[in-house]
Write a protein that binds this ligand. Structure first.
Ligand SMILES: O=P(O)(O)OC[C@H]1O[C@](O)(CO)[C@@H](O)[C@@H]1O
Length: 520
């Protein structure tokens, strides 16, 4: 068996040098550090920076063999050694992909074209979960925020309310059910697909399977389930679930917001792939984003990172990135199975701004922990309310500046006095109004919310995650942690249905609740 690391990360000289460089630097509020990539601007001015940091990053990434691993990723080598397969989502957005990828891409385009020209399917119910869900939701909300001629609904959760609401009020004869599941084994998706099939049958739709398409890496299983061959779109085991937006999984977005959206997303992502491959380390946006995140997480001890998305059309970017980052980086052993002795992937959380300002920004400004923030905003809006957009931009910049600059107690005190407060009260209130400042953040500016810009943004985060995995030494392309719960749920469900279980195998609280919830 190959051993990947002879020295653990926390003892690696290059890691120790990076740690030192971070500790001996600070955020320079007079420094402007911008990277312009694929139309996006990444402003890293509110992160620590020094020539020593730059040098340490170069040396650390050389020690971690960035060039070799990046080529492995982008050329379809075994980038996921634990599951012994490539993680080749970048192939799906190449302008000239493998013939089998091109063929499937064309099948999707042709399906969308034919369906549109027949004005077929007024309603779409997209059934899928995790990576088979969030990307499609994100793309359709981003570009269909003002509505499209087709209704689209999403059903992910096993909660029966989800499928009930997903189907309610729709005409089954004019509804296309899209079943998206890489594995075709996911309990939620299969149960919801069964309910949708029953619904079609109950409405006496002549051939209900003609109202269903499946997108999967297991076409044979979809066929055996009943989906006709011509209604099955395939992708490949080398596409990780959380990267499947780039595959035929995006078909429902094609049907609602148009094939040009899919093409635009792909070309934006491809532009970012090229940048990631070719740009020198100091100008490489995914790399610099990753290294800032690693510094904040593993060296400065921040446990989470906030996503402040100043565009309500991008609300779904938050769960999308939560899956990308937390499923990829929520690991604590390296490729050799040894514990990683520095904190790895942080919690990622957020809400669109300005809603977030009225929900949890207080905690960001004055809470004991705080968190670095990614501010994401579009320079130009697509609505006609210019004053709204001006205010939105102002809020975004203001929150970022407040986090960085803060306010001293003395400043607050003087302001209080100037506002006519008597001295003792001015002192007390100043202590409450003081903001520590010095909080790191990134600002990512999209010129406008185009499919190209969103594609580039998603690929920026994908490659950031890859680089973090490389530095920490973990495998960002598996998700073993979610398996145990799935197995236990099967056993508990059996117990709830039939009473047959060995209650000894569960802890006393679970056993108690199995008894309580058991069906008579
Ligand atoms: O597409 P599938 O196979 O239904 O899986 C759905 C999701 O479940 C997960 O495997 C996690 O349980 C994700 O990685 C994936 O996106």
């Amino acid at each position: 068996m190959t051993t990947h690391y002879s020295t653990p990360l926390h003892q690696l000289p290059e890691w120790l040098a990076y740690t030192d460089a971070i500790h001996t630097s600070c955020i320079n509020t007079n420094h402007l550090r911008l990277l312009k990539v694929a139309g996006l601007t990444l402003d890293l001015s509110a992160q620590r920076y020094s020539p020593e940091i730059e040098k340490a990053i170069e040396q650390l990434l050389t020690a971690r063999q960035l060039t070799t691993h990046r080529e492995l990723l982008l050329n379809g080598g075994i980038a996921n050694p634990i599951e012994n397969r490539p993680a080749w989502h970048t192939m799906l957005r190449q302008p000239r992909p493998l013939p089998e990828v091109a063929e499937e891409r064309n099948r999707v385009l042709e399906f969308v074209r034919r369906t549109d020209s027949n004005r077929r399917w007024r309603n779409i119910v997209h059934i899928g979960i995790g990576g088979s869900d969030w990307g499609v939701r994100l793309a359709t909300a981003a570009f269909g925020y003002a509505g499209t001629w087709r209704n689209i609904r999403y059903v992910a959760n096993i909660d029966g309310h989800a499928i009930e609401a997903g189907l309610a009020g729709l005409d089954p004869h004019d509804t296309l059910i899209v079943v998206a599941t890489k594995s075709f084994t996911t309990a939620e998706t299969l149960a919801n697909a069964e309910r949708a099939l029953e619904w079609l049958k109950a409405a006496k739709v002549p051939n209900p399977y003609n109202n269903i398409i499946a997108i999967t890496a297991k076409p044979d299983v979809a066929l055996a389930w009943g989906v006709p061959k011509h209604n099955i779109f395939k992708f490949w085991s080398w596409v990780g679930g959380r990267f499947s937006l780039w595959s035929a999984v995006g078909v429902a977005a094609g049907l609602t917001v148009g094939s040009n959206v899919l093409a635009g997303l792909q070309s934006g992502a491809h532009a970012m792939d090229q940048h990631f491959l070719n740009a020198p380390i100091a100008e490489n946006a995914p790399i610099q984003l990753a290294m800032a995140d690693i510094a904040n997480r593993s060296i400065l001890g921040y446990g989470s990172r906030n996503l402040a998305v100043y565009d309500s059309r991008l609300a779904n970017l938050i769960p999308y990135l939560q899956q990308l980052e937390m499923e990829s980086l929520g690991k604590s052993v390296d490729l050799d199975g040894n514990p990683i002795e520095v904190p790895t992937g942080s919690v990622v959380w957020g809400m669109p701004g300005t809603d977030a300002q009225h929900t949890f920004f207080q905690w960001l400004h004055q809470g004991t922990d705080g968190a670095p923030v990614d501010f994401i905003v579009c320079q130009k809006a697509d609505h006609r309310y210019t004053d709204h957009h001006r205010q939105l931009l102002a809020h975004c910049l203001a929150q970022r500046e407040a986090l960085l600059n803060g306010k001293t107690e003395e400043e607050a005190y003087q302001e209080n006095l100037n506002a006519g407060m008597e001295e003792e009260r001015a002192r007390l209130i100043a202590k409450h109004r003081k903001l520590a400042g010095g909080k790191p953040s990134n600002l990512i500016v999209l010129p406008q919310l185009t499919p190209f810009a969103l594609g580039a943004l998603l690929a920026l985060y994908e490659h950031k995650v890859f680089v973090e995995g490389l530095v920490w030494g973990l495998n960002p392309f598996d998700q073993w942690g979610v398996e145990l719960g799935k197995v236990l749920a099967k056993d508990i469900e059996k117990a709830l249905a039939s009473g047959q279980t060995d209650l000894q195998t569960h802890n006393s609280s679970t056993s108690y609740w199995i008894e309580q919830f058991r069906e008579e």
